[in-house]
Design a protein around this ligand. Structure first.
Ligand SMILES: [Zn+2]
Length: 331
């Protein structure tokens, strides 16, 4: 942590993006000295600039295919948030053996997303990737204290699926299949003390994602279907709260989000779930939404009480990018 803070002080004095990416990579343990000698490719996305540095390695795919994948992933995020979350971002692509997108990490400084891609990757590997979208979504929420880490990961898990469905890159069946399989990991177990006080893998990633699903349902219900979690999250980004900000109070972020939808959905849900292990009856929830999972196959019941709400969550929606960023929030 100390190292990261020192890096922040150092990079503020530097102007060359490549040097910044290089320094961040080295000092966060993702050392890749070869980057320092390469040129960044600038990708313009909805008024923001992504500076892409691809490690000079033997990728089977040409660099332009990798840049296209980054552009497509950013477009999915823009379609959800109606803008790219930050004005600038640095994307570092590192090489690994094998095929597929291996892992990624979003760093507030820059901000930067480092992503590792197998040199044997095919177009399909990049076409079906979710990791980069997950990491880019991290740029759209401020840094919060460690006890709230579940909302950072939960949002990235939930929004990644929904944003891809909204962009037509994932079918509703694929989204709900993932949720039916994953959400049980997010349920409280014996000894659970609520989301802020139970930093297990299941509660962090899937407990956070379940919180987001419930919030999405509550916002849609409270607003008669006019508002969604997407509107709440756009409100956060539009207020200038992105990953480059550190915010001490999660309640304050949720107040900004709730103001954007004219509801109290996030605040109310957070008060309920932050320090107590609220029991969620998932089978009843799936029935209510009309999601039937049998033999690993998803079927929808369109006569279920909330079938139309469920269909709206994953509906394909095309969004025009908003005006460039304006920041009016300070913490
Ligand atoms: Zn993550």
């Amino acid at each position: 942590m100390l190292v990261v803070i020192n890096v922040a002080a150092t990079v503020r004095k530097l102007e060359r993006p490549l040097t910044i990416v290089f320094l961040i990579a080295v000092l966060t343990g993702n050392a890749c000295p070869v980057w320092a000698t390469q040129n960044a490719t600038r990708v313009d996305v909805a008024g923001s600039q992504l500076h892409v540095v691809i490690e000079n390695s033997d990728f089977r795919l040409p660099n332009k295919e990798i840049v296209s994948w980054i552009r497509r992933s950013a477009a999915v995020v823009v379609n959800y948030y109606a803008r790219f979350p930050t004005e600038q971002a640095y994307i570092g692509v590192r090489a690994a053996t094998g095929a597929g997108v291996k892992n990624g990490r979003a760093l507030r400084h820059g901000p930067t997303v480092n992503i590792t891609v197998g040199v044997e990757s095919t177009p399909y590997d990049l076409e079906s990737d979710w990791v980069l979208i997950h990491e880019l979504i991290h740029l759209a929420f401020p840094r919060v204290p460690d006890r709230h880490h579940w909302i950072e990961e939960g949002l990235a898990v939930y929004v990644e699926s929904i944003a891809r469905a909204n962009a037509g890159a994932l079918t509703p069946e694929e989204v709900w299949h993932g949720f039916v399989r994953g959400m049980p990991h997010g349920l409280p177990r014996t000894g659970d003390r609520g989301l802020d006080f139970t930093p297990t893998w299941g509660r962090t990633y899937w407990g956070g994602a379940l919180f987001c699903l419930l919030a999405d349902i509550d916002i849609r219900t409270a607003s008669g279907g006019k508002m969604t979690l997407r509107d709440a999250l756009r409100g956060i980004v539009n207020a200038g709260l992105d990953m480059t900000n550190q915010v001490d109070s999660l309640s304050r972020v949720f107040a900004v989000a709730d103001a954007a939808t004219g509801t109290l959905a996030l605040t109310t849900l957070y008060e309920r779930m932050k320090d107590s292990p609220e029991a969620i009856d998932l089978p009843a929830l799936w029935d209510d939404l009309g999601v039937n999972a049998q033999h690993q196959k998803i079927q929808f019941n369109d006569r279920a009480p909330r079938a139309s709400l469920r269909a709206a969550i994953t509906a394909e929606t095309r969004t025009h990018a908003a005006e460039p960023h304006h920041k009016d929030f300070t913490d």
